[in-house]
Design a protein around this ligand. Structure first.
Ligand SMILES: N[C@@H](CCC(=O)N[C@@H](CS)C(=O)NCC(=O)O)C(=O)O
Length: 216
């Protein structure tokens, strides 16, 4: 397990999981916003079948990421955390204020979040749930959501748009799908593949690679 990273200036705590796509999105967002030094990252294991009391104390849903603010207020989920972080810095906003750029960024974020939700459900049906309790039509339904999303992205992703919350959510989500070897998104999708590989070379991505196994 990687060591928690902290710095003397850190006045926020990110309750994290080294193999969670959602938690990593928050950390990549913080790095892209120039806020890494303000955040202590603490790894936690949590799953619906492996209760973590510390996470439940911070978020009644028992999920990470959770951001603990200097006054002790806890923020969740990812979008609320990112909205807060984007107000802490003076650089270019990762959640644009003006329409229609804001709508495109938030919609791409929603698509990427939905892609991860479908991936998590697909993984339950193909790996995590005991074999005798799996329901193959549900796995097939979740997989088709993933494939539709990949195809949509291949036709609609504009590689020239400046980085937003949507791109961060998408790249971390795709890398998680690759990390868990869920569904191939590269074959026959050169535009998406090139965009993904370029994004994964960013320092915010190379500094936060996934690691670890799920504990159910
Ligand atoms: N919509 C939430 C999703 C968070 C989420 O599902 N986190 C997973 C880690 S990948 C988790 O903590 N799962 C534990 C559980 O569902 O009990 C967000 O965007 O923050």
């Amino acid at each position: 397990m990687p060591k928690p990273q902290s710095t003397p200036q850190a006045d926020h705590t990110l309750l994290y999981q080294t193999h969670s796509p959602f938690a990593r999105k928050a950390l990549v967002f913080a790095i892209e916003a120039g806020l890494r030094d303000r955040i202590e990252v603490v790894h936690h294991e949590t799953s619906p079948t492996n209760r973590n009391d510390a996470i439940f104390a911070a978020n009644p849903l028992g999920k990470v990421p959770v951001l603990v603010l200097p006054d002790g207020l806890t923020l969740y989920d990812l979008l609320v955390i990112c909205d807060y972080l984007d107000r802490l810095h003076k650089g270019r906003k990762l959640i644009p204020h003006k329409l229609p750029r804001r709508l495109h960024a938030l919609r791409l974020h929603a698509l990427a979040q939905g892609m991860c939700d479908a991936g998590v459900l697909y993984r339950w049906e193909t790996e995590r749930r005991p074999e005798e309790l799996r329901y193959p039509p549900l796995a097939a339904g979740q997989k088709s959501k993933l494939v539709e999303t990949f195809d949509y992205l291949e036709g609609n992703l504009d590689p020239k748009t400046p980085v937003t919350i949507g791109h961060i959510a998408l790249a971390t989500g795709l890398e998680w799908i690759a990390f868990r070897d869920l569904v191939d998104f590269k074959t026959g999708r050169p535009t998406l593949t090139k965009w993904y590989e370029d994004f994964c070379a960013r320092p915010s991505m190379t500094a936060t690679r996934f690691s670890g196994e799920t504990h159910d």
